[in-house]
Write a protein that binds this ligand. Structure first.
Ligand code: TYC
Length: 118
């Protein structure tokens, strides 16, 4: 391996500015760049065909709910049309939705799972 350049990257801790190897000024950030991630609700939608026990199983398997919590959420969805399974960052929420939709399809149930920005 040959000669490697080491210019400063914002946020890599080498702050304070200075000159690079060409003698030109480099602007660096002083303020640490920390941003809270956006959060997303994962929702289950009611339908007339998916068995209640299957929905309870989904909530236990993919959303770490115990039987009592899962039953309460399932009944809320059954009675109100929609209900919250959990709140996650984008990639986690997307994974949950995909897992639930794949699992429902494999079992030939029309259960729908969606995410929405909080
Ligand atoms: N309504 C369904 C039934 O009576 C049960 C059900 C609950 C389906 C929640 C989907 O997200 C759901 N079998």
């Amino acid at each position: 391996m040959g000669y490697m350049r080491h210019e400063m990257q914002a946020g890599d801790g080498k702050e304070g500015g200075g000159d690079n190897e060409r003698g030109t000024a480099v602007i660096t950030r002083t303020k640490p760049k920390v941003k809270k991630p956006s959060l997303y609700r994962v929702l289950l939608l009611n339908d007339d065909y998916t068995p209640m026990e299957f929905v309870v199983h989904v909530l236990e398997r993919f959303f770490q709910k115990n039987r009592e919590q899962a039953t309460r959420i399932m009944l809320h969805v059954h009675n109100h049309g929609v209900g919250e399974c959990g709140i996650y960052t984008y990639e986690v929420a997307e994974t949950k939705v995909t897992q639930v939709m794949d699992f429902a399809r494999q079992n030939q149930h029309p259960l729908q799972c969606v995410m929405e920005k909080k």
